[in-house]
Design a protein around this ligand. Structure first.
Ligand code: G1P
Ligand code: ZN
Length: 546
């Protein structure tokens, strides 16, 4: 019957479809090549082998090419035997909402279209990743098998059917498959309301506590409106840039001090709001600001852990916590005091899934503005913002006072990350190879006030399934616990991005007012010298400091 035929289209492999830290990310133009998206989607289906009539969740962050990609994937899902697809209205789902929907509806899996915090638009980036039935990013053994399948691909299947309308909720038919267009905002907002003390937050806001949430023209706008305006009764002026745009208003939707500068300028100065927060392109990252005060993501994880008892959803206690290796050890100190386990994983949210599924971990986080918990299997930007507001509402202290009190008790893990973006691949690999070669004779050597104790290339064995992930970052650990970590990014789309992570522990309260760059200046100089960075890359300064 015309309009209902399944086509088998001959294709041949692209060699570059290896998923990185968080799915396959490339320039939009790369995805627009003939069969490029289709090849990757067929490779996903070929490797996950869904049972007949399986349920799939589908949505993206709304960036340029989202709509076209959704239509293609729906038609491919119909041709590959799925029974039903839950798709976000307009083809849009934030990453945390997608994880929430997969879990709530016990879906077989989900496909999320996002390049997270990378810029969008016709010259920007696009991305796609597969999440499993626990709602989390596919583990490495699945992403490896998708890549293997992509190298062997000879054809893909797609329905020859008209586009499905995505702008009105309801059930539609595509060949033998049902497409349910859903409004995921309320599912997600309900989940948040079940975890946090909305009454206390409402009282805080009604009492004049002034907040600004910056959605950076990305996916969280409608979620923020439902939660802050409709449910928490915050004034309209609390929201900034909350209308999602396909090119994010030509901005870089990454919530940090560099790219969220509009919000940062608002929170620094006289008579500022009391609290500022921002989220990224797909809604899984967060930045927390107080008046003239920035909370590092590593400190944020530690402070949420230390105060979890104040939040209804976590009052019963935490099973354990986890952080990625480059994230500061601030949370380790809290875990020790709470006498709960603390796990150190490689970079990327996919490594937390097993720990949460096994009930070993409740909260987890990364230095890259990612915090989350076992309520879903993705990091969650708005969740972190609500967690902070819940703590402030109960403690009745400013953000700065809460952080300083935490440092006074636990000491401060002074922390910064320096990124060198778009370095030629050879130069970046050269820096890493040089460092590795140096490692043999560094232990025992003194550099100013630091003495190197241990160097390695971080390798992780998953305590749940025993799988090993090697080559996860070069670490130099000093005798006082300070660290320098060098790592190449797995999410960039142009050349290589070298990340240098710097951490120094300082228990002395009198030093806690110091700016991180000042407090870390000696470690920064050591990192430059040991890596021969300037000589090898021609770069004297980082592109972004967080
Ligand atoms: C970056 C972050 C990492 C995060 C990932 C996805 O990956 O460093 O912590 O999980 O984005 O948001 P990277 O580019 O460093 O590989
Ligand atoms: Zn993201």
């Amino acid at each position: 019957m015309p309009g209902n035929t399944i086509l088998t289209i001959a294709s041949s492999p692209y060699k570059d479809q290896r998923p990185g830290t968080s799915g396959l990310r490339k320039r939009v133009q790369v995805f627009q090549q003939a069969h490029y998206l289709e090849n990757f989607v067929q490779s996903i289906f070929d490797s996950i082998k869904p049972p007949q009539k399986a349920l799939l969740v589908l949505g993206g962050d709304g960036r340029y090419f989202n709509r076209e990609a959704i239509q293609i994937i729906l038609k491919m899902a119909a041709a590959n035997g799925f029974g039903r697809v839950l798709v976000g209205k307009g083809g849009i789902l934030s990453t945390p909402a997608a994880s929430c929907v997969i879990r709530k509806h016990a879906a077989f899996g989900g496909i999320i279209l996002s390049a997270s915090h990378n810029p969008g638009g016709p010259d920007g980036d696009f991305g796609i990743k597969y999440n499993t039935s626990n709602g989390g990013p596919a583990p490495e053994k699945i992403t490896d098998s998708i890549f293997e399948a992509s190298l062997k691909l000879t054809q893909y299947r797609i329905a020859d059917a008209p586009d499905v309308q995505l702008d009105k909720t309801g059930d539609y038919t595509l060949c033998d498959m049902t497409v349910s267009v859903i409004d995921a905002v309320s599912d997600y907002a309900d989940l948040m309301e079940s975890l946090f003390d909305f009454g206390a937050i409402r009282d805080l806001l009604a009492g004049g506590f002034n907040i600004r949430f910056d959605a950076m023209h990305a996916v969280t706008g409608p979620y923020a409106r439902e939660i802050f305006i409709n449910r928490l009764k915050a004034p309209e002026s609390s929201l900034m840039n909350c209308i999602p745009l396909p090119d994010f208003g030509k901005g870089h939707p990454d919530p940090n001090l560099t790219y969220a500068h509009e919000l940062v300028e608002m929170l620094y100065g006289e008579n500022t709001p009391d609290f500022g927060a921002a989220s990224d392109g797909d809604g899984d990252r967060n930045m927390i600001l107080g008046r003239n005060f920035f909370v590092t993501p590593s400190d944020s994880l530690a402070i949420l852990t230390a105060n979890a008892k104040l939040v209804p959803g976590y009052r019963a206690g935490l099973a354990g916590v986890a952080r990625s290796m480059p994230t500061s050890a601030a949370v380790d100190l809290v875990a020790k005091e709470l006498d709960i386990p603390c796990f150190e994983t490689p970079t990327g949210w996919k490594f937390f899934g097993n720990l949460m599924d096994a009930g070993k971990v409740t909260l987890c986080g990364e230095e890259s503005f990612g915090t989350g918990s076992s309520h879903i299997r993705e990091k969650d930007g708005l969740w972190a913002v609500l967690f902070w507001l819940n703590i402030v509402a109960i403690k009745k202290q400013s953000v700065e006072a809460i952080v300083r009190e935490h440092w006074a008790h636990f000491g401060r893990n002074v922390y910064s990350r320096h990124d060198y973006e778009a370095i030629p691949n050879d130069a970046a690999n050269g820096v890493m190879a040089h460092l590795k070669a140096e490692f043999a004779h560094l232990p025992g050597k003194t550099f100013g006030s630091y003495k190197a104790e241990h160097c390695d290339d971080f390798s992780y064995t998953d305590p749940v399934d025993g799988s090993t992930s090697a080559g996860q970052g070069l670490r130099i650990i000093f005798t006082d616990g300070s660290r320098i970590v060098f790592r190449l990014s797995g999410t960039g789309t142009e050349g290589a991005t070298l990340r240098i992570y710097l951490e120094a522990y300082d228990p002395v309260v009198a030093n806690h007012h110091l700016d991180a760059q000042t407090a870390l200046s000696e470690l920064i100089a050591i990192a430059g010298r040991l890596s021969e960075l300037e000589k090898r890359t021609g770069r004297a300064k980082p592109t972004v400091i967080t």
